[in-house]
Ligand binder design. Structure first.
Ligand SMILES: Cc1ncc(COP(=O)(O)O)c(C=O)c1O
Length: 361
């Protein structure tokens, strides 16, 4: 098989070593005489799989013992609803609207309480981020149950690499498209979550890391919170309140181990930074293409760009396909092009993309 250069935004490229291991073990998991796909989630074998996945993730991110790790389903989108149901104790939260997914989370939260907009860059078409000073200033105006941010805006190619200081107000973050791309200081967050389908595994698993104290008393709106989304119940049951995505958790565990073998998050961060720098450097010097995100707001994970003459973009996309490059069509909300440079995308693939764009130029 001639493997493509995969720049999909999610589901996205997975490490080939992981795909091969899945293939090798698919029919007979660890000599058990059955496939992981056939195994009970209550079996000892699966318990070891989920325990190993959690242990590997804890090593990678240096997750303190007072944080719980949950492996849930429903994608990031279910978290948009689950977070207010769990955390809106007084019915007041602050949302930073830095992109489409943050806006969706804010819209969902309005069903359950007052979701204040602390800062928004929608007027700027989300090409840049709100400033930390604006977020901090607005958050200080009233007591809030939490402040919600999306750290990497997958559609617009912007990312926060610094966090606001919020005093005692809990910080909640959607890190779906930058999870495990670099070291994170977990203690700066009270809850963070990520859909796995970018850097952490296949679609269908959402990883939640939450400070125990925040959920120890149960969901703030336990009266209406579905039991599935009650973090307290999920934590008590070790993510096995109901049948979890067993296969997805297995693959995510293999991806975590692959990152450890790669050298951990510092090594992954260096690899990601080098890829992003190569592509941005090319775009900044190109007479034909340009990056759409404001320079200080640029994401290393999702590089959004356009052709100076947008009538050429259909030809750019068609030619990419013929060159074995897939997934560079921009999100339907913004058009143009986007290359997602997640962990499993190699420098060789990025170079192939740059060479293709140069030849097009
Ligand atoms: C940052 C971010 N948040 C949320 C979502 C929505 O994720 P899901 O489709 O898993 O609900 C996405 C999807 O791409 C995303 O990139």
């Amino acid at each position: 098989m001639q493997r493509k250069h995969i720049f999909n935004a999610g589901p996205a490229a997975l490490p080939q070593e992981v795909l091969r291991e899945v293939q090798d073990n698919l029919l007979n998991y660890d000599g058990s005489g059955m496939s992981i796909l056939e195994m009970s989630h209550r079996s000892q074998s699966f318990q070891s799989i989920i325990d190993d996945a959690e242990a590997s993730l804890r090593r990678l991110l240096k997750i303190p013992a007072r944080y719980r790790v949950l492996f849930l389903q429903g994608g990031a989108t279910l978290q948009f609803a689950g977070i207010p149901l769990n955390l809106m104790k007084t019915g007041q939260a602050g949302y930073v609207i830095s992109g489409n997914f943050a806006k969706k989370a804010w819209q969902e939260a309005q069903k359950y309480g007052e979701a204040h907009v602390l800062a928004s860059t929608e007027q700027l078409n989300f090409a840049q981020l709100p400033t930390l000073a604006d977020i901090e200033g607005a958050a200080a105006l009233q007591p809030l149950d939490y402040v919600y941010m999306c750290l990497n805006n997958t559609i617009f190619g912007t990312a926060f690499y610094e966090l606001p200081y919020l005093g005692n107000t809990p910080l909640v973050a959607d890190v779906s498209s930058c999870f495990l791309s670099a070291p994170f200081d977990i203690e700066r967050f009270d809850l963070l979550y990520a859909g796995a389908q970018k850097n952490a595994g296949p679609a269908g698993v959402t990883i939640v890391i939450v400070r125990d104290e925040l959920i120890a008393k149960g969901a703030a709106r336990a009266d209406i919170c579905p039991s599935y989304m009650n973090y307290h119940i999920q934590a008590q049951q070790g993510s096995l309140y109901n049948t979890p995505n067993t296969f997805g958790i297995y693959v995510a565990g293999l991806v975590f181990r692959w990152i450890e073998q790669f050298g951990g998050l510092e090594a992954i961060a260096a690899h990601n930074r080098a890829k992003a720098r190569a592509l941005y450097d090319f775009l900044d010097s190109s007479p034909c293409f340009y990056g759409t995100a404001e320079k200080n707001s640029r994401s290393w994970m999702n590089v959004t760009f356009r052709a100076q003459d947008d009538a050429l973009e259909a030809a750019v996309l068609a030619g990419a396909d013929a060159a074995g490059i897939v997934g560079i069509r921009g999100h339907r909300l913004v058009g143009g092009m986007r290359a997602s440079l997640y962990n499993a995308v190699s420098m060789e693939s990025v170079q192939a993309l740059i060479n293709y764009l140069k030849s097009f130029e």
